[in-house]
Design a binder for this molecule. Structure first.
Ligand code: UDP
Length: 372
């Protein structure tokens, strides 16, 4: 469907995820008329949450907000109260549970060591032969950091099902996301600020979009030429290769599928997230949503998270930022800089960049400041 009174809008924002919603909000604050389009039937993109049995369900997987950027923390706190939730997932491997991220609790569970120097010694022995000076891929990076046993038990199986590729083909930076600590500290993140918004993420997005017109179930690309010729400014947060009709070829993405069940028990696994780090089962995580907010209920909702390959027309979750894809992205980026369209790109898919929520907000604020 095409909006008829089109000339009325200063901006069309494509995508109502975090990037698009922050961008739209800042424009509206400055008095701009903004139309937000989303292909999906709901706002919020992948941070969308929905109440099921009174429990706020993270429909597209666990989203724990964390940042060390005070500007971003203050910004999101305008729209919600965050609880003090600290992400501390568990790893399940061959019928045993271990703490994550890799820390003294994990090393104690693995080797019975009590002191950091004992853990360090084992890791040194396990990463010494062959000594890897300049890791070229995720496997080498991980072994050089934590030794082969942690790699085999907690990283290899999980990562290969998550990405659908061998760890020796994946870039190092993916594993840099996980802290390694020699203290007894199960906090998954090193950031200064952390929490989950009380009431879920959807109310934040609703507040951000207040004052903008929103059309759901509307695919900008189906009427791209019309929008471009009738509107002065467009922000596009979808896939950049799709925007350009895949003219240089397809960028690679990884997708996910969720299986959600409501169970007649008040507490299924006792933790928000359990990672399954062996090759099997095929799912990577079970999320038990009520633990994010400590919701009291006689029922519980859990989601099994299955990684899957991505095909055109499906939901892309993760850009695969290896050398080849990054080179292909650079060509699309150059095209976006040189093409005459009145469009700017942003977000995980528009910038083809594996970003956390805080980075997405920071980038949206930076980009929009160039226009207001
Ligand atoms: N990872 C792993 N084992 C785990 C958890 C994570 O090997 O139990 C690796 C995996 O390669 C994953 C990466 O660490 O892609 C980043 O994990 P994170 O939980 O930060 O990813 P996200 O929540 O964005 O999927």
């Amino acid at each position: 469907m095409v909006v008829s009174c089109f000339m009325f809008y200063d901006w069309v924002v494509v995508g109502s995820g975090l990037f698009g919603s922050v961008f739209a909000h800042e424009l509206v604050r400055k008095g701009k008329k903004v139309l937000v389009l989303d292909r999906r039937e709901h706002i919020g993109g992948n941070v969308y949450t929905e109440s099921v049995e009174g429990i706020n369900v993270h429909k597209y997987g666990s989203h724990v907000f964390h940042t060390s950027d005070k500007r971003v923390w203050d910004y999101v706190n305008q729209f919600a109260d965050f609880n003090g939730f600290v992400d501390s997932p568990l790893a399940f491997y061959k019928n045993k549970l271990y703490n994550l991220p890799f820390n003294m609790n994990t090393f104690y569970q693995l080797w019975g060591v009590r002191f950091p120097k004992e853990a360090k010694k084992i890791i040194r022995l396990q990463s010494e032969y062959p000594r890897i000076f300049e890791p070229k891929n995720l496997e080498e990076k991980c072994i050089s950091l934590v030794g082969f046993e942690v790699y085999e038990k907690f990283v290899k199986g999980y990562t290969e099902k998550q990405w659908g590729k061998s760890c020796s083909e994946l870039p190092c930076f993916i594993i840099d996301r996980l802290p390694v600590r020699f203290t007894f500290d199960n906090n998954y993140f090193d950031d200064e600020f952390q929490g989950v918004p009380i009431g879920g993420y959807t109310p934040i997005i609703r507040k951000l979009l207040d004052g903008a017109d929103v059309l759901l179930g509307t695919d900008f690309l189906e009427d791209k030429e019309y929008y471009l010729s009738h509107c002065d400014n467009v922000l596009f947060t979808g896939m950049i290769d799709e925007y350009f009709d895949y003219c240089f070829g397809d960028l690679e993405y990884r997708s996910l599928r969720f299986e959600e069940c409501t169970l007649d028990t008040s507490n299924y696994q006792g933790n928000a997230v359990v990672n399954f780090t062996d090759k099997l089962p095929y799912y990577t995580r079970i999320i038990e949503h009520k633990h994010f907010e400590g919701t009291v209920s006689s029922k519980t909702v859990i989601s099994y998270e299955y990684p899957k390959s991505f095909k055109r027309g499906e939901e892309a979750y993760y850009p695969v930022n290896d050398g080849e894809n990054n080179r292909l992205y650079s060509r699309y980026f150059e095209l976006s800089e040189s093409c005459a369209d009145n469009v700017v790109f942003g977000g995980r898919l528009g910038e083809y960049k594996y970003m956390n929520m805080d980075e997405v907000i920071g980038e949206a604020l930076d980009l929009v400041s160039q226009f207001i």
